[in-house]
Design a protein around this ligand. Structure first.
Ligand SMILES: [Zn+2]
Length: 484
Protein backbone atom coordinates (compact mmCIF):
# COMPACT_ATOMS: atom_id res chain seq x y z
CA UNK A 1 0.00 0.00 0.00
CA UNK A 2 1.38 3.40 -1.00
CA UNK A 3 0.65 6.22 1.37
CA UNK A 4 0.89 9.90 0.61
CA UNK A 5 2.61 11.55 3.56
CA UNK A 6 2.22 15.28 3.94
CA UNK A 7 5.39 16.99 5.15
CA UNK A 8 3.45 18.88 7.82
CA UNK A 9 2.07 15.68 9.24
CA UNK A 10 4.43 15.77 12.22
CA UNK A 11 3.83 12.09 12.89
CA UNK A 12 4.27 10.98 16.43
CA UNK A 13 6.56 7.97 16.71
CA UNK A 14 3.76 5.92 18.15
CA UNK A 15 1.52 6.42 15.14
CA UNK A 16 4.00 4.71 12.84
CA UNK A 17 3.82 1.59 14.95
CA UNK A 18 0.09 1.22 14.30
CA UNK A 19 -1.29 -1.16 11.72
CA UNK A 20 -1.22 -0.22 8.03
CA UNK A 21 -4.87 0.72 7.92
CA UNK A 22 -4.64 2.89 11.03
CA UNK A 23 -1.52 4.57 9.64
CA UNK A 24 -3.37 5.31 6.44
CA UNK A 25 -6.19 7.00 8.30
CA UNK A 26 -3.83 8.95 10.57
CA UNK A 27 -1.67 10.26 7.72
CA UNK A 28 -4.50 11.11 5.37
CA UNK A 29 -6.31 12.96 8.09
CA UNK A 30 -3.56 15.58 7.83
CA UNK A 31 -4.20 16.26 4.16
CA UNK A 32 -7.04 18.76 4.66
CA UNK A 33 -4.44 21.16 6.04
CA UNK A 34 -2.56 21.13 2.74
CA UNK A 35 -5.87 21.55 0.91
CA UNK A 36 -6.61 24.63 2.99
CA UNK A 37 -3.19 26.10 2.25
CA UNK A 38 -3.78 25.61 -1.47
CA UNK A 39 -7.22 27.22 -1.24
CA UNK A 40 -5.84 30.22 0.66
CA UNK A 41 -3.17 30.74 -2.00
CA UNK A 42 -5.63 30.47 -4.90
CA UNK A 43 -6.47 33.55 -6.98
CA UNK A 44 -9.46 33.49 -9.34
CA UNK A 45 -8.34 33.49 -12.98
CA UNK A 46 -10.47 36.26 -14.49
CA UNK A 47 -8.79 36.62 -17.88
CA UNK A 48 -10.45 35.21 -21.04
CA UNK A 49 -9.98 31.57 -22.01
CA UNK A 50 -8.34 30.81 -25.34
CA UNK A 51 -9.50 27.19 -25.25
CA UNK A 52 -12.30 25.27 -23.54
CA UNK A 53 -12.47 21.53 -23.01
CA UNK A 54 -15.82 20.28 -21.74
CA UNK A 55 -15.85 16.72 -20.43
CA UNK A 56 -19.23 15.06 -19.93
CA UNK A 57 -19.30 11.80 -18.02
CA UNK A 58 -22.67 10.59 -19.28
CA UNK A 59 -24.72 9.48 -16.28
CA UNK A 60 -21.86 10.26 -13.88
CA UNK A 61 -23.68 11.24 -10.72
CA UNK A 62 -21.95 11.83 -7.40
CA UNK A 63 -22.21 8.21 -6.28
CA UNK A 64 -20.74 7.03 -9.57
CA UNK A 65 -17.79 9.40 -9.07
CA UNK A 66 -17.25 8.04 -5.55
CA UNK A 67 -17.44 4.40 -6.64
CA UNK A 68 -15.16 5.09 -9.64
CA UNK A 69 -12.63 6.76 -7.38
CA UNK A 70 -12.59 3.80 -4.97
CA UNK A 71 -12.23 1.28 -7.80
CA UNK A 72 -9.50 3.35 -9.47
CA UNK A 73 -7.52 3.49 -6.24
CA UNK A 74 -7.98 -0.20 -5.58
CA UNK A 75 -6.85 -1.09 -9.11
CA UNK A 76 -3.79 1.11 -8.54
CA UNK A 77 -3.02 -0.85 -5.37
CA UNK A 78 -3.75 1.98 -2.94
CA UNK A 79 -6.59 3.00 -0.65
CA UNK A 80 -9.64 3.75 -2.80
CA UNK A 81 -11.63 6.14 -0.62
CA UNK A 82 -8.78 8.68 -0.39
CA UNK A 83 -7.64 8.26 -3.99
CA UNK A 84 -7.90 11.19 -6.41
CA UNK A 85 -9.36 10.94 -9.89
CA UNK A 86 -7.89 13.46 -12.34
CA UNK A 87 -10.76 15.87 -11.74
CA UNK A 88 -10.81 15.46 -7.95
CA UNK A 89 -7.80 17.77 -7.82
CA UNK A 90 -9.40 20.57 -9.81
CA UNK A 91 -9.61 23.72 -7.71
CA UNK A 92 -13.26 24.67 -8.27
CA UNK A 93 -16.58 22.85 -8.36
CA UNK A 94 -20.19 22.64 -7.29
CA UNK A 95 -23.49 20.89 -7.84
CA UNK A 96 -25.65 21.14 -10.96
CA UNK A 97 -29.47 20.79 -11.24
CA UNK A 98 -30.41 18.67 -14.22
CA UNK A 99 -34.19 18.72 -14.88
CA UNK A 100 -35.72 19.27 -18.34
CA UNK A 101 -38.61 21.44 -19.56
CA UNK A 102 -40.95 18.47 -19.22
CA UNK A 103 -39.28 16.18 -16.68
CA UNK A 104 -37.90 16.01 -13.15
CA UNK A 105 -35.31 13.66 -14.64
CA UNK A 106 -33.46 14.55 -17.82
CA UNK A 107 -32.11 12.52 -20.68
CA UNK A 108 -28.77 13.19 -22.32
CA UNK A 109 -30.26 15.29 -25.12
CA UNK A 110 -31.70 17.99 -22.90
CA UNK A 111 -28.93 17.68 -20.31
CA UNK A 112 -26.16 18.18 -22.85
CA UNK A 113 -28.11 20.86 -24.75
CA UNK A 114 -28.58 22.86 -21.55
CA UNK A 115 -24.81 22.89 -21.07
CA UNK A 116 -23.88 23.53 -24.72
CA UNK A 117 -26.58 26.11 -25.60
CA UNK A 118 -27.74 27.66 -22.34
CA UNK A 119 -31.31 26.57 -23.06
CA UNK A 120 -33.29 23.81 -21.42
CA UNK A 121 -35.52 21.89 -23.79
CA UNK A 122 -37.75 18.83 -23.74
CA UNK A 123 -36.29 15.40 -23.10
CA UNK A 124 -35.02 14.25 -26.47
CA UNK A 125 -34.47 17.78 -27.81
CA UNK A 126 -31.09 18.65 -29.35
CA UNK A 127 -30.04 22.31 -29.57
CA UNK A 128 -33.62 23.60 -29.64
CA UNK A 129 -35.50 25.78 -27.19
CA UNK A 130 -38.24 24.68 -24.80
CA UNK A 131 -41.06 25.13 -27.31
CA UNK A 132 -40.05 21.92 -29.08
CA UNK A 133 -42.49 19.07 -29.53
CA UNK A 134 -40.75 15.76 -29.77
CA UNK A 135 -40.22 14.65 -33.34
CA UNK A 136 -42.16 17.53 -34.91
CA UNK A 137 -40.16 19.65 -37.35
CA UNK A 138 -40.11 23.43 -36.90
CA UNK A 139 -41.97 23.60 -33.60
CA UNK A 140 -38.95 25.08 -31.88
CA UNK A 141 -36.24 27.65 -32.42
CA UNK A 142 -32.77 26.29 -33.09
CA UNK A 143 -30.43 27.80 -30.50
CA UNK A 144 -26.73 28.13 -31.40
CA UNK A 145 -24.29 25.96 -29.50
CA UNK A 146 -21.17 27.20 -27.78
CA UNK A 147 -19.10 25.46 -30.46
CA UNK A 148 -21.01 27.10 -33.31
CA UNK A 149 -20.72 30.53 -31.75
CA UNK A 150 -17.04 30.09 -30.90
CA UNK A 151 -16.26 29.12 -34.48
CA UNK A 152 -18.44 31.67 -36.28
CA UNK A 153 -17.87 34.67 -34.01
CA UNK A 154 -14.33 34.05 -32.77
CA UNK A 155 -12.76 31.84 -35.42
CA UNK A 156 -12.03 29.06 -32.96
CA UNK A 157 -11.68 25.47 -34.05
CA UNK A 158 -14.13 22.82 -32.82
CA UNK A 159 -13.65 19.21 -31.79
CA UNK A 160 -16.06 16.47 -30.70
CA UNK A 161 -14.99 13.18 -29.12
CA UNK A 162 -17.30 10.42 -27.86
CA UNK A 163 -17.29 6.69 -27.25
CA UNK A 164 -20.91 6.66 -28.50
CA UNK A 165 -21.99 7.31 -32.07
CA UNK A 166 -21.05 10.87 -33.02
CA UNK A 167 -24.75 11.32 -33.75
CA UNK A 168 -25.77 10.22 -30.23
CA UNK A 169 -27.48 12.80 -28.04
CA UNK A 170 -24.54 14.25 -26.13
CA UNK A 171 -22.08 14.82 -29.00
CA UNK A 172 -24.97 15.95 -31.24
CA UNK A 173 -25.77 18.70 -28.76
CA UNK A 174 -22.41 20.30 -29.65
CA UNK A 175 -23.20 20.82 -33.35
CA UNK A 176 -26.81 19.86 -34.26
CA UNK A 177 -30.44 20.91 -33.84
CA UNK A 178 -33.37 18.49 -33.82
CA UNK A 179 -36.65 18.09 -31.94
CA UNK A 180 -35.71 14.47 -31.27
CA UNK A 181 -32.39 12.76 -30.70
CA UNK A 182 -33.52 9.77 -32.75
CA UNK A 183 -33.05 11.53 -36.12
CA UNK A 184 -29.51 10.21 -36.45
CA UNK A 185 -29.74 9.45 -40.20
CA UNK A 186 -32.28 10.10 -42.95
CA UNK A 187 -34.00 6.73 -42.45
CA UNK A 188 -34.54 7.56 -38.77
CA UNK A 189 -36.76 10.53 -39.72
CA UNK A 190 -40.43 10.46 -40.75
CA UNK A 191 -40.92 11.58 -44.37
CA UNK A 192 -43.02 14.54 -43.21
CA UNK A 193 -40.09 15.90 -41.19
CA UNK A 194 -37.74 15.58 -44.15
CA UNK A 195 -40.30 17.24 -46.44
CA UNK A 196 -40.66 20.08 -43.92
CA UNK A 197 -36.97 20.79 -44.30
CA UNK A 198 -35.51 19.16 -41.18
CA UNK A 199 -32.12 17.48 -41.66
CA UNK A 200 -30.78 14.41 -39.90
CA UNK A 201 -28.01 14.74 -37.34
CA UNK A 202 -25.22 13.02 -39.31
CA UNK A 203 -25.91 15.27 -42.30
CA UNK A 204 -25.83 18.33 -40.04
CA UNK A 205 -22.33 17.36 -38.89
CA UNK A 206 -20.86 16.90 -42.37
CA UNK A 207 -22.87 19.37 -44.48
CA UNK A 208 -22.71 22.33 -42.08
CA UNK A 209 -21.38 25.65 -43.34
CA UNK A 210 -17.61 25.96 -43.19
CA UNK A 211 -17.82 28.42 -40.31
CA UNK A 212 -19.89 26.01 -38.19
CA UNK A 213 -18.65 22.50 -38.98
CA UNK A 214 -16.45 20.70 -36.42
CA UNK A 215 -12.81 20.40 -37.48
CA UNK A 216 -12.29 17.07 -35.80
CA UNK A 217 -14.91 14.51 -34.75
CA UNK A 218 -13.84 11.16 -33.31
CA UNK A 219 -16.19 8.40 -32.16
CA UNK A 220 -18.60 5.76 -33.40
CA UNK A 221 -21.62 5.92 -35.67
CA UNK A 222 -20.22 5.00 -39.11
CA UNK A 223 -23.55 3.49 -40.15
CA UNK A 224 -25.32 6.86 -39.87
CA UNK A 225 -22.82 8.43 -42.30
CA UNK A 226 -22.71 5.70 -44.96
CA UNK A 227 -25.22 4.57 -47.57
CA UNK A 228 -26.79 1.13 -47.73
CA UNK A 229 -24.52 0.37 -50.67
CA UNK A 230 -21.54 1.14 -48.44
CA UNK A 231 -22.89 -1.01 -45.59
CA UNK A 232 -24.54 1.86 -43.72
CA UNK A 233 -28.12 2.92 -42.98
CA UNK A 234 -28.63 5.85 -45.31
CA UNK A 235 -31.15 5.61 -48.14
CA UNK A 236 -30.84 9.16 -49.46
CA UNK A 237 -27.77 8.27 -51.49
CA UNK A 238 -25.54 10.67 -49.55
CA UNK A 239 -22.29 9.00 -48.52
CA UNK A 240 -21.43 11.56 -45.88
CA UNK A 241 -18.04 10.03 -45.15
CA UNK A 242 -17.13 10.40 -48.84
CA UNK A 243 -18.46 13.96 -48.86
CA UNK A 244 -16.30 14.77 -45.81
CA UNK A 245 -13.11 13.39 -47.35
CA UNK A 246 -13.85 14.93 -50.76
CA UNK A 247 -13.06 18.33 -49.31
CA UNK A 248 -9.42 19.43 -49.62
CA UNK A 249 -7.35 18.67 -46.55
CA UNK A 250 -9.98 16.45 -44.91
CA UNK A 251 -9.68 12.80 -43.92
CA UNK A 252 -11.92 9.98 -42.73
CA UNK A 253 -10.19 7.44 -40.50
CA UNK A 254 -11.42 4.17 -39.04
CA UNK A 255 -8.70 2.97 -36.64
CA UNK A 256 -5.94 4.14 -34.30
CA UNK A 257 -3.15 4.05 -36.88
CA UNK A 258 -5.25 5.97 -39.37
CA UNK A 259 -6.08 8.57 -36.73
CA UNK A 260 -2.46 9.12 -35.77
CA UNK A 261 -1.30 9.17 -39.40
CA UNK A 262 -3.86 11.86 -40.30
CA UNK A 263 -2.88 14.14 -37.40
CA UNK A 264 -1.62 16.97 -39.54
CA UNK A 265 -1.99 20.60 -38.61
CA UNK A 266 -5.05 22.16 -40.19
CA UNK A 267 -6.41 18.87 -41.51
CA UNK A 268 -10.06 18.11 -40.77
CA UNK A 269 -10.63 14.61 -39.45
CA UNK A 270 -13.74 12.45 -39.13
CA UNK A 271 -12.98 9.30 -37.12
CA UNK A 272 -15.60 6.56 -37.36
CA UNK A 273 -14.37 3.70 -35.19
CA UNK A 274 -17.58 1.65 -34.88
CA UNK A 275 -20.83 1.11 -36.76
CA UNK A 276 -22.81 2.57 -33.85
CA UNK A 277 -21.29 2.80 -30.34
CA UNK A 278 -17.64 2.04 -29.70
CA UNK A 279 -17.01 -1.07 -27.57
CA UNK A 280 -16.92 -0.87 -23.80
CA UNK A 281 -13.38 -0.66 -22.44
CA UNK A 282 -13.76 -3.95 -20.53
CA UNK A 283 -14.26 -5.70 -23.89
CA UNK A 284 -11.12 -4.23 -25.43
CA UNK A 285 -8.40 -6.88 -24.95
CA UNK A 286 -9.81 -9.38 -27.40
CA UNK A 287 -12.42 -7.48 -29.36
CA UNK A 288 -10.86 -4.27 -30.58
CA UNK A 289 -7.09 -3.81 -30.42
CA UNK A 290 -7.08 -1.15 -33.17
CA UNK A 291 -9.82 1.01 -31.68
CA UNK A 292 -8.46 4.11 -29.92
CA UNK A 293 -9.26 4.68 -26.27
CA UNK A 294 -11.06 7.78 -25.01
CA UNK A 295 -7.69 9.06 -23.79
CA UNK A 296 -6.08 8.45 -27.19
CA UNK A 297 -8.91 10.24 -28.98
CA UNK A 298 -8.64 13.14 -26.51
CA UNK A 299 -4.88 13.39 -27.06
CA UNK A 300 -5.37 13.32 -30.84
CA UNK A 301 -8.06 16.00 -30.75
CA UNK A 302 -5.94 18.30 -28.57
CA UNK A 303 -2.85 17.72 -30.75
CA UNK A 304 -4.85 18.74 -33.82
CA UNK A 305 -6.66 21.68 -32.20
CA UNK A 306 -3.63 23.11 -30.38
CA UNK A 307 -2.26 24.23 -33.76
CA UNK A 308 -5.14 26.71 -34.14
CA UNK A 309 -4.01 30.31 -33.61
CA UNK A 310 -7.44 31.42 -32.36
CA UNK A 311 -7.83 28.48 -29.97
CA UNK A 312 -10.55 25.87 -29.80
CA UNK A 313 -13.51 24.38 -27.99
CA UNK A 314 -13.64 20.61 -27.51
CA UNK A 315 -16.31 18.30 -26.13
CA UNK A 316 -15.24 14.89 -24.81
CA UNK A 317 -17.98 12.47 -23.78
CA UNK A 318 -17.44 9.26 -21.80
CA UNK A 319 -20.67 7.73 -23.06
CA UNK A 320 -20.44 4.21 -21.70
CA UNK A 321 -20.64 5.21 -18.04
CA UNK A 322 -24.32 5.69 -18.84
CA UNK A 323 -24.79 2.88 -21.33
CA UNK A 324 -23.25 0.29 -19.00
CA UNK A 325 -25.28 1.61 -16.05
CA UNK A 326 -28.44 1.14 -18.12
CA UNK A 327 -27.51 -2.53 -18.59
CA UNK A 328 -26.61 -3.05 -14.92
CA UNK A 329 -22.99 -3.69 -15.93
CA UNK A 330 -21.36 -2.00 -12.97
CA UNK A 331 -17.77 -3.12 -13.55
CA UNK A 332 -17.98 -1.86 -17.14
CA UNK A 333 -19.52 1.46 -16.11
CA UNK A 334 -16.96 2.28 -13.42
CA UNK A 335 -14.16 1.22 -15.77
CA UNK A 336 -15.45 3.84 -18.23
CA UNK A 337 -15.31 6.37 -15.40
CA UNK A 338 -11.64 5.50 -14.93
CA UNK A 339 -11.15 5.99 -18.69
CA UNK A 340 -12.69 9.45 -18.35
CA UNK A 341 -10.24 10.23 -15.56
CA UNK A 342 -7.36 9.19 -17.83
CA UNK A 343 -8.66 11.46 -20.59
CA UNK A 344 -8.97 14.39 -18.17
CA UNK A 345 -5.44 13.71 -16.91
CA UNK A 346 -4.19 13.82 -20.50
CA UNK A 347 -5.99 17.11 -21.14
CA UNK A 348 -4.54 18.66 -18.00
CA UNK A 349 -1.08 17.46 -19.01
CA UNK A 350 -1.34 18.79 -22.58
CA UNK A 351 -2.85 22.20 -21.82
CA UNK A 352 -1.96 25.27 -19.77
CA UNK A 353 -4.44 26.32 -17.05
CA UNK A 354 -3.41 29.91 -17.86
CA UNK A 355 -5.31 29.79 -21.18
CA UNK A 356 -7.52 26.66 -21.14
CA UNK A 357 -10.73 26.26 -19.16
CA UNK A 358 -11.50 22.61 -18.41
CA UNK A 359 -14.91 21.66 -17.02
CA UNK A 360 -15.83 18.10 -16.04
CA UNK A 361 -19.50 17.39 -15.36
CA UNK A 362 -22.39 15.04 -16.13
CA UNK A 363 -25.63 15.43 -18.04
CA UNK A 364 -27.60 13.47 -15.44
CA UNK A 365 -27.18 10.91 -12.69
CA UNK A 366 -27.89 7.20 -12.27
CA UNK A 367 -29.40 5.47 -9.23
CA UNK A 368 -26.27 3.88 -7.78
CA UNK A 369 -26.06 3.49 -4.00
CA UNK A 370 -23.05 2.79 -1.75
CA UNK A 371 -24.36 0.71 1.14
CA UNK A 372 -21.41 -0.22 3.34
CA UNK A 373 -18.13 -2.10 3.27
CA UNK A 374 -14.76 -1.95 5.04
CA UNK A 375 -12.07 0.38 3.70
CA UNK A 376 -10.03 -2.43 2.12
CA UNK A 377 -12.97 -4.38 0.65
CA UNK A 378 -13.25 -4.77 -3.13
CA UNK A 379 -15.83 -2.07 -3.92
CA UNK A 380 -17.38 -4.37 -6.54
CA UNK A 381 -17.92 -7.07 -3.90
CA UNK A 382 -20.23 -7.89 -1.02
CA UNK A 383 -20.46 -6.27 2.41
CA UNK A 384 -18.67 -8.58 4.87
CA UNK A 385 -19.25 -9.30 8.54
CA UNK A 386 -16.60 -9.68 11.28
CA UNK A 387 -15.69 -13.22 10.20
CA UNK A 388 -15.10 -12.18 6.61
CA UNK A 389 -18.24 -13.97 5.43
CA UNK A 390 -20.87 -11.87 3.64
CA UNK A 391 -23.11 -9.92 6.00
CA UNK A 392 -26.75 -10.90 5.48
CA UNK A 393 -29.48 -8.33 4.90
CA UNK A 394 -33.04 -8.52 6.26
CA UNK A 395 -33.99 -10.97 3.55
CA UNK A 396 -31.25 -13.37 4.65
CA UNK A 397 -29.16 -12.71 1.54
CA UNK A 398 -25.77 -11.01 1.08
CA UNK A 399 -25.80 -7.30 0.32
CA UNK A 400 -23.45 -5.86 -2.32
CA UNK A 401 -21.53 -2.71 -1.43
CA UNK A 402 -22.95 -1.10 -4.59
CA UNK A 403 -26.58 -1.54 -5.64
CA UNK A 404 -28.78 0.06 -8.29
CA UNK A 405 -32.16 1.56 -7.46
CA UNK A 406 -33.58 0.26 -10.75
CA UNK A 407 -32.30 -1.89 -13.59
CA UNK A 408 -32.26 -5.27 -15.28
CA UNK A 409 -30.83 -6.81 -12.08
CA UNK A 410 -34.08 -6.18 -10.18
CA UNK A 411 -36.23 -9.09 -8.90
CA UNK A 412 -38.81 -10.66 -11.20
CA UNK A 413 -42.49 -10.27 -10.22
CA UNK A 414 -43.34 -12.44 -7.23
CA UNK A 415 -39.72 -13.31 -6.55
CA UNK A 416 -37.12 -12.03 -4.11
CA UNK A 417 -33.66 -11.11 -5.22
CA UNK A 418 -31.21 -13.95 -5.93
CA UNK A 419 -29.05 -15.12 -3.02
CA UNK A 420 -25.82 -14.58 -5.01
CA UNK A 421 -24.41 -17.95 -3.88
CA UNK A 422 -21.51 -18.88 -6.11
CA UNK A 423 -21.89 -15.70 -8.14
CA UNK A 424 -18.79 -13.61 -8.93
CA UNK A 425 -20.34 -10.20 -8.43
CA UNK A 426 -17.12 -8.49 -9.52
CA UNK A 427 -17.18 -10.08 -12.99
CA UNK A 428 -17.37 -7.95 -16.12
CA UNK A 429 -20.60 -9.61 -17.26
CA UNK A 430 -22.32 -9.70 -13.86
CA UNK A 431 -25.60 -7.77 -13.90
CA UNK A 432 -25.69 -5.88 -10.62
CA UNK A 433 -28.75 -6.27 -8.40
CA UNK A 434 -31.32 -3.48 -8.40
CA UNK A 435 -34.17 -2.66 -6.06
CA UNK A 436 -36.78 -2.59 -8.80
CA UNK A 437 -36.76 -4.40 -12.13
CA UNK A 438 -36.62 -2.15 -15.19
CA UNK A 439 -35.18 -3.50 -18.42
CA UNK A 440 -32.91 -0.46 -18.76
CA UNK A 441 -31.90 1.29 -15.53
CA UNK A 442 -33.54 4.70 -15.12
CA UNK A 443 -31.64 7.96 -15.04
CA UNK A 444 -32.11 9.76 -11.72
CA UNK A 445 -32.86 13.39 -11.02
CA UNK A 446 -30.53 14.44 -8.21
CA UNK A 447 -27.84 17.08 -8.77
CA UNK A 448 -24.62 16.09 -10.51
CA UNK A 449 -21.11 17.42 -9.79
CA UNK A 450 -19.09 19.89 -11.85
CA UNK A 451 -15.33 20.42 -11.53
CA UNK A 452 -13.32 23.22 -13.16
CA UNK A 453 -9.83 24.60 -13.67
CA UNK A 454 -8.47 27.47 -15.76
CA UNK A 455 -9.75 30.93 -16.77
CA UNK A 456 -13.29 31.42 -15.46
CA UNK A 457 -13.23 28.22 -13.43
CA UNK A 458 -13.91 30.17 -10.25
CA UNK A 459 -17.44 30.79 -11.59
CA UNK A 460 -18.19 27.06 -11.31
CA UNK A 461 -19.30 27.08 -7.69
CA UNK A 462 -22.23 26.45 -5.37
CA UNK A 463 -25.64 25.19 -6.50
CA UNK A 464 -25.81 25.80 -10.25
CA UNK A 465 -28.48 25.48 -12.89
CA UNK A 466 -27.36 23.35 -15.82
CA UNK A 467 -27.67 26.18 -18.43
CA UNK A 468 -25.46 28.31 -16.17
CA UNK A 469 -22.47 26.21 -17.27
CA UNK A 470 -23.04 27.53 -20.80
CA UNK A 471 -22.95 31.07 -19.44
CA UNK A 472 -19.66 30.39 -17.66
CA UNK A 473 -18.10 29.10 -20.89
CA UNK A 474 -19.61 31.93 -22.98
CA UNK A 475 -18.19 34.48 -20.56
CA UNK A 476 -14.81 32.74 -20.48
CA UNK A 477 -14.63 33.15 -24.27
CA UNK A 478 -16.00 36.72 -23.99
CA UNK A 479 -18.84 35.93 -26.38
CA UNK A 480 -21.69 38.46 -26.08
CA UNK A 481 -24.88 37.29 -24.36
CA UNK A 482 -26.74 36.96 -27.65
CA UNK A 483 -25.45 35.71 -30.98
CA UNK A 484 -25.45 38.52 -33.60
ZN1 LIG B 1 -28.85 7.14 -20.48
Amino acid sequence: MTLRIHPCAGLAAGVVALSISMTAVAVQAMEPQAALEAALARQPATEPAKNIILFIGDGMGVSTVTATRILAGQRAGVDGASYDLAFDTMPYGGLVRTYSVDGLVTDSANGASAITTGYRTINGGIGVDGAARRGVCDTARNVPTLAQRAKRELGKAVGVVSTAALTDATPAAFYAHAPTRSWQSDVDMPPAARQAGCVDIAAQLVLADDDLRPDIALGGGASFFRTEAEGGRRKDGQDLAALWSARPNAAVVTDRDGMNAALTAGRDMLGLFAEVNMPHEVDRPTATPQIPTLEEMTRAAIARLATEPQGYVLLVEAAHIDKAHHAGLLNASLTEGIELSKAVAAARELTDPADTLIIVTADHSHGLTINGGERGDDVLGLIKGPTGAPRLAGDGKPLPILLYATGPGGPEAGEGRPALEGVDVTAIDHVRQAGVLIGSAAHTGEDVPAYADGPGAYLVTGSMDQPYLFQVMRHALRLPAEAP
